[in-house]
Every structure is written in C-alpha cells, then in structure tokens.
Design a protein around this ligand. Structure first.
Ligand code: PLP
Length: 380
C-alpha cells in the first residue's frame, strides 16, 4: 500500500520522491536474486510469467538469429512458451517440439540428438503446470552448456515449491511469476545470466537495463519480493512437506475409493502440491461443476484453457487416449488447505462420480432421453 500512496514517486526519477521507490525495487531484486542464487543485475522484472517466457524465447532467438534459427522445446510446454515458438515459426525460425514419455518427461538423450548446428535456444519447463511432472533440468542444462546453446526454463510452477537455484539447474534464463506464490497478479521476473544475449520485446525508455522498457510496477515488484520472503519462511517451517503429505493422503484416499481412476504425470518426480487424475467415462467439466456446488475448487487441465472442450495438449503428448483425457481433474493444494478439507473431498467426490456415472449409463441405455438430457445435469 505505501507504494500506491506516500511512496508514489517514479523509481527512475532523480528527485527524492522517486528514491524510496527505487530502493524498494532494488530490495525486491535482491530478494529474488538471493532466492535463485544469482546476481541482482541478472533479474529483469516483467508484467507476468507469460511476458518473462516471451522475453526469454523471442529475446534469445532474435538476438542469435545471425548464428542460427533453430529452437528446441517440448510438446508439453505452457502456452506462453508454445505460442511464442509458433510466433517465431511465422518469422522464419524452425522449432522442434520434442516428444515426451507417458509421464510427460523429456528424454535428455533424445534432446541431445535433436541439437543442430543452427540451434540457438533450448526451452523446457521445470515443473509442468497441468500434470506436475518435473523435468530433468540439470541434465538438459549440462547438454546445453556442452553445445554452447542458451537454455531457458519456465519455473513459474516450481518456484517456491522445489529448489530453483540457477547454478544447480544450469540454466541461462528462468521465468517466474508472483501470483503463483501468493503475490500480486501482473508481475513476474526473468533471470538472465550475465553474458546471455537478449533482444527486448518492448522499445522505450530503457528501464531494467534496456531489457524491459516501461515505468516499473513498483507496488507489484515490492509484492513479488514480499511473496518470495514469505515463501522462503513457509518452506523453512515445513509448509511444503505438510502440503505434500496432505496431497499424498488425498491421492491414497481417491485411489482407494474410486474405480477406474488414473494418475496423470510422474508418480514421484512431481510438484509437491499437484494431483491430476483421469476418471474414466466422465467429462472434467461435469465433475468440476458438482464440486463447485460443494465449495471445492478444482480444475480440469490448465486454468488457461478450461472452458475449452479440447483435450489438453499435455495429455495428448503423453499418449493419454481421448476417452481418459476428457475426464481429467486437477487438484492443486495450497498453504490454506487443512486435513479436514481433504476429508471433505474424500467424502464428497466418490459419490459425485458414482452418480455421474450412473446418469451416463442410464442415458446411453435410452438414446432418445440421452439427447434431451445431453447437457451436464447440476444439482438435485
Ligand atoms: C501460470 C504459468 C505461466 C504464466 O504466468 P502468468 O503470470 O499467469 O502470465 C507460465 N508458465 C507456467 C508453467 C505457468 O504455470
């Protein structure tokens, strides 16, 4: 609040009113840099995780275009990376979308063999936002460095959940976003290793050392720094372990009480807060609506594409059949969740599934009626 009121000065100004704002931005930069184990000069604040991904992918590709025009990524990236790559393709770049295994993992050796003389960037997400699978980023980082190729990882989901020290991950660029760790929406950051070439997305006043023009979102940046501080404290008092135990308890309960349910994503190399299930014979939306009536907030696939009935590109790339992919539901746990809430889900969800499945069987038994009732039935 002070940065929307008393400390309203422009951080790039000379007059004293801007000085407090400048200091606050720089403190935030130090906090984020400490958390990632890098120098503060290597942090660029952006307007979102999406912008950080775009800046990394397009910024490196554009600045290296004289060296080569090939980019390596995976088929399970967030749309912020995937669509940035599609946009590069329209500009004459070539992109290889690496396949993944049934758990959604990229094979580092397969990646190695896809490297070409003109490859200038590798971009692979750290922790998948839909199925939670954690990629072998360190191994990919070693390969990228051996070949002298810049390596970006989208760590928007993993940041604050699992270690994201940039020297351990061996990445040159890393994206993060404040709102995924309880910070404000509309602010993110990109780690850019010293010496990494990067063309800006925005031209203007040259803020953020010419890497991101535009007057800094001081309140947002301060909020990001504060969120990182709090995330660190929460982690140190065992919050992540607590959430993971709750998650495992929920998983065991669901798997015990629901027939024909499958976990999507890797069983152990997985973000500690994520569960993603396919429930056979059902539609994700139907389950979500029923759960919402009980005040349980879950999602199908990714939050960005829910509302579309297209099956998730992540599940398709993992080889999940349409039949299973349509019945997908994701539970993401957070610091506010309690054991009592998990018990509520375990009481409420299995009967919902049983009822939806019995409706479905009845409908398919009488085709005429099925047509009339083809919408999702909600309520009693
Ligand atoms: C949420 C998310 C983004 C986008 O971040 P925004 O700040 O919402 O733009 C990018 N990548 C992943 C993996 C995400 O989960």
């Amino acid at each position: 609040m002070p940065f929307l009121k008393e400390q309203f000065g422009n951080p790039s100004s000379i007059y004293h009113l801007g000085r407090g704002a400048r200091e606050a931005v720089e403190n935030s930069r130090e906090t984020v840099a400490d958390f990632l184990g890098c120098r503060h000069s290597e942090i660029v604040f952006t307007g979102s995780g999406t912008e950080a991904d775009n800046l990394a992918v397009k910024g490196v590709a554009w600045s290296c275009a004289n060296k080569g025009k090939h980019v390596l990524t995976s088929s399970v990236e967030h749309h912020a990376v995937l669509h940035a790559c599609r946009s590069l393709e329209k500009q004459g770049f070539e992109v290889t979308y690496l396949p993944v295994d049934g758990y959604g993992k990229v094979d580092p050796e397969r990646l190695r063999s896809a490297i070409r003389n003109d490859t200038v960037l590798i971009s692979i997400t750290h922790g998948n936002n839909e199925v939670g699978t954690v990629q072998p980023i360190e191994k990919i980082g070693v390969i990228a460095r051996e070949h002298g190729i810049f390596f970006h990882t989208d760590a928007v989901q993993s940041f604050g959940q699992i270690p994201t020290c940039v020297t351990e991950l061996r990445c040159d660029l890393l994206s993060l976003s404040a709102h995924k760790i309880y910070g404000p929406k509309g602010v993110g950051a990109l780690y850019v290793r010293r010496g990494c070439r990067l063309a800006p997305l925005l031209d203007g006043g040259g803020q953020e050392k010419n890497r991101r023009s535009g007057t800094e979102n001081v309140a947002g940046i301060v909020g990001l720094g504060k969120a990182v501080d709090l995330a660190k404290r929460q982690r140190d008092i065992g919050q992540i372990d607590r959430i993971q135990k709750l998650r495992d308890y929920l998983a065991a309960g669901l798997e015990r009480s629901i027939p024909e349910v499958r976990l999507n994503g890797h069983p152990s190399d997985r973000l500690p807060n994520n569960l993603n299930y396919s429930v056979r014979y059902l539609e994700g939306e139907g389950m979500l609506l029923e759960l919402d009536l009980k005040d349980i907030c879950a999602s199908s696939g990714s939050a960005c594409t829910s509302g579309s009935l297209e099956p998730s590109h992540v599940l398709m790339a993992m080889g999940v059949t349409h039949e299973w992919a349509h019945g997908t539901i994701r539970f993401t746990l957070g610091k506010g969740n309690t054991a009592g809430e998990i018990n509520t889900v375990l009481e409420v969800f299995p009967p919902i599934i049983e009822r939806l499945r019995s409706l479905r069987t009845r409908e398919s038994a009488s085709p005429k009626k099925a047509k009339r009732n083809s919408g999702v039935r909600v309520g009693n």
